[in-house]
Design a binder for this molecule. Structure first.
Ligand code: GEK
Length: 241
């Protein structure tokens, strides 16, 4: 998808408001996420491959926190089975309007729902994707969402969770943050853009450690939960029912 260059934090801002998925962000989103999340495109491509493997006939694939639909489109490209649909959910109407404007009917339909993922029913699911969405929920709401997803998955279904990670070891934590900032610089972001965006995301994006994620996944019933991808402090888990 072509996209306008993200320069939202390029000028000094008197006051930095908390980050929100509004119209300004939706307009530049493909450029923003591509230049901010190391390995983003690799993960999107792989989510398609995973959907090709896990999508079952007569089932539903969920893309929770879909933004402009990159993961939904990648899944749709790879789903070959009959009578499968993708339900894509986001609570940002700005994101969903843009997603709808580029959505064309195809064999595997994509249904858009403007809703909070905490209130969405999950049923008959063969694959559920949370690609950098869980990190925006209050920590105390994460367990209930994952338990609902586990219950709504079919036997042998898969949950894909991509997240920014924290690290228990302070030196490791600081190193990984630094490496991420170097990645952003290599993508053309200035020190000012990096630092203002970091402030905007404080208390909005709350990263947890690998162990916290894995333990929570196991506690809701997933007996197998492993990383399949990591690039600095950005990682993706696959949990199997
Ligand atoms: C991608 N998955 O391109 N309910 C619904 N949507 C939510 C909620 C919520 N409670 N909280 C946040 N969102 C996408 C990228 S972006 C990640 C996902 C990022 C939505 C929010 O509106 C935004 O569109 C998305 O989750 C997170 O593969 O920007 O780092």
């Amino acid at each position: 998808m072509t996209s306008i260059k993200d320069s939202l934090y390029s000028q000094p801002l008197g006051q930095i408001n908390s980050f929100a998925f509004d119209d300004h962000v939706a307009k530049v989103f493909p450029d923003m996420i591509q230049r901010s999340v190391p390995g983003y495109q690799t993960m999107i491509t792989a989510i398609g491959l995973l959907a090709g493997r896990f999508a079952k006939p007569n089932s539903i694939c969920y893309d929770l926190g879909c933004s402009l639909g990159a993961a939904s489109f990648s899944m749709r490209q790879n789903i070959c089975v009959e009578n499968c649909k993708i339900i894509a959910v986001d609570n940002s109407s700005a994101m969903l309007e843009k997603f709808e404007s580029i959505l064309k009917p195809e064999k595997t339909p994509i249904e858009l729902h403007c809703a909070d993922i905490r209130n969405v029913e999950i049923k008959n699911a063969s694959i559920v994707v949370l690609n950098f969405t869980l990190q925006f929920l209050p920590v105390e709401d994460r367990q209930a969402l994952l338990a609902k997803i586990y219950d709504g998955l079919l036997p042998d279904g898969a949950l894909i969770i991509s997240e920014k990670l924290a690290f228990e070891d302070v030196r490791q934590h600081e190193l990984q943050i630094d490496l991420h900032h170097e990645f952003k610089k290599s993508q053309g972001y200035s020190d000012l853009e990096i630092s203002q965006k970091r402030t905007a995301l404080e208390n909005v994006l709350i990263p947890e450690t690998f162990v916290q994620h894995q333990q929570r996944l196991k506690s809701v019933g997933f007996n197998s939960a492993e990383l399949w991808f990591q690039y600095f402090n950005f990682a993706s888990f696959i949990a199997l029912k």
